[in-house]
Design a binder for this molecule. Structure first.
Ligand code: SAM
Length: 434
């Protein structure tokens, strides 16, 4: 790399010049054999040297014109290295889902660290592990427990989805130019699905933001009036009425969120007692049976799938919740569900859109799919609708959701069919043929 290169403060360019530390950080992401490692801000390649060739593919995201051009020259002709020149906060992560595991590493520019973290770590994200170098103080906030001084809203919104561990403190001397403060390395691994009781993520974020807006103030003066009253909420959390935001753990905040949502029952998936119409091989109703029996005996029944497209022609996919009795944590149609006993397909489509993703939009039937193993012995009508979101989804049914380009979904199904509910794959293949 050209020695005349003048580091740009605006891009947070403090380059690592200690090869031992660079290798130590690269090893932290365990790149060997990984399907994809993404490095954010590779700069002059201090860590890149220790990453390239270890994962099946390495993707380098660099904003600086000169450095990106140098990296392109350096790795020209290598099929396992791709250099993307641009702002990492604008990089479209959606095409990365098809890799089935994405490790992200970066000695992040301090000025942009927060924005990069938010872009890469906020669900839904394809990222499955991350190692970042940031200012020590930021790392301490990310990793802080309720007893720590650094604990705050940032700790909670990140730890909601990630387990955070500070791995090492790095002194300023190993960078050129030297930053004014210590840095640290954090490793983030996803919190397992179902670790936290079900709750609405948007409500959690809103309450945390309000609660920490004035740290020293009592929480009851910062949060909206709560159903059933503050005293009973604090009683159920075994907290004093005067509690402050920083005195509640992540689990307390989730319990508080559930209380605001009026969610008092234990988490459960579908009711095995729901009654469906059972049909014969011609889709004619021959009786009724509860959900549990229909699935256990493989009885033929009816379901509707709805594909919701936005104005760009992208299709919104839902990721099924961990509580689903079939195909948990796989990607599925925008909304889908069984017809209630006596219900027709169009009525069911409108109901599912409302119940599952909180929208109302006209739907149109575009295909029918006969009952088969892939559909779970369901006679399916596929409906389409148009809506630009946002979706307000039921968290016990849907873990997350996102609009994807149709071509991307096709490529993803081809590489990782196991990521999808089989009924969706059937519907998507049928829709592609229209
Ligand atoms: N990884 C190198 C190292 O350890 O020596 C460089 C680290 S330096 C702290 C941050 C790097 O991120 C620089 O190369 C800078 O040009 C790049 N950068 C700054 N903002 C960026 C952004 N928004 N997207 C991608 N890269 C960015």
């Amino acid at each position: 790399m050209a020695s005349s290169f003048a580091p740009k403060k605006s891009l947070g360019q403090n380059f690592l010049h200690d090869a031992g530390i660079a290798k130590w950080i690269a090893d932290e992401i365990k790149p060997d054999g990984a399907p994809l490692v993404v490095e954010i801000g590779p700069g002059q390649g201090a860590m890149t040297t220790h990453l390239v060739g270890r994962a099946a593919k390495t993707l380098l995201l660099e904003k600086d014109n000169t450095l990106a051009a140098d990296l392109k020259v350096k790795f020209e002709g290598r099929e396992d290295v791709e250099v993307w020149h641009g702002d990492a906060t604008r990089f479209d992560l959606r095409p990365l889902f098809k890799f089935g595991g994405v490790k992200v590493i970066g000695n992040l520019p301090y000025s942009m660290g927060g924005e990069i973290l938010r872009h890469v770590l906020t669900p839904p994200t394809p990222v499955t592990e991350a190692v970042f170098m940031l200012q020590k103080e930021v790392c301490q906030r990310l990793a802080a427990d309720q007893e720590d001084d650094a604990y705050g809203g940032l700790s909670l919104v990140v730890q909601h989805d990630w387990e955070v561990e500070i791995r090492r403190i790095i002194p300023p001397e190993v960078f050129k130019p030297r930053p004014k403060v210590d840095s640290a390395i954090v490793r983030l691994t996803p919190r397992p699905p179902g670790d936290l009781p079900v709750h609405d993520r948007a409500v959690f974020d809103r309450l945390v933001r309000m609660g920490f807006s004035q740290r020293r103030k009592q929480l009851k003066n910062l949060l909206p009036e709560c159903p059933g009253g503050w005293d009973s909420l604090m009683g159920s959390l075994s907290k004093p009425l005067t509690v402050r935001a920083e005195e509640l753990t992540l689990w307390d905040w989730v319990a508080l969120t559930r209380h605001y949502e009026g969610r008092h029952e234990e988490d459960r998936g579908q009711k095995a007692s729901e009654i469906f119409d059972v049909v014969d091989e011609n889709n004619v109703v021959i009786g009724q049976a509860p959900r549990g029996e229909v699935h256990a005996k493989g009885l033929k029944h009816r379901a509707v799938h709805i594909f919701v497209f936005n104005k760009h022609g992208e299709l919104w996919l839902q990721k099924r919740s961990h509580l689903k009795d079939v195909h948990p944590l796989t990607w599925d149609s925008s909304a889908a569900g069984h017809l209630d006993s006596g219900e027709d397909y169009a009525t069911s489509a409108a109901r599912e859109l409302q119940e599952e993703i909180g929208i109302s939009a006209p739907t149109r039937c575009v295909a029918t799919i006969p009952a088969c193993e892939a559909t779970g012995w369901e006679f399916v009508e596929l409906h389409v609708a148009e809506h630009n979101g946002p979706m307000k989804y039921a968290p016990d049914e849907i873990a997350t959701g996102l609009f994807f380009r149709v071509e991307e979904i096709q490529a993803w199904i081809e590489t990782r069919p196991q990521d999808f509910a089989t009924g969706f794959i059937e519907c998507f293949a049928r829709w592609r043929k229209l």
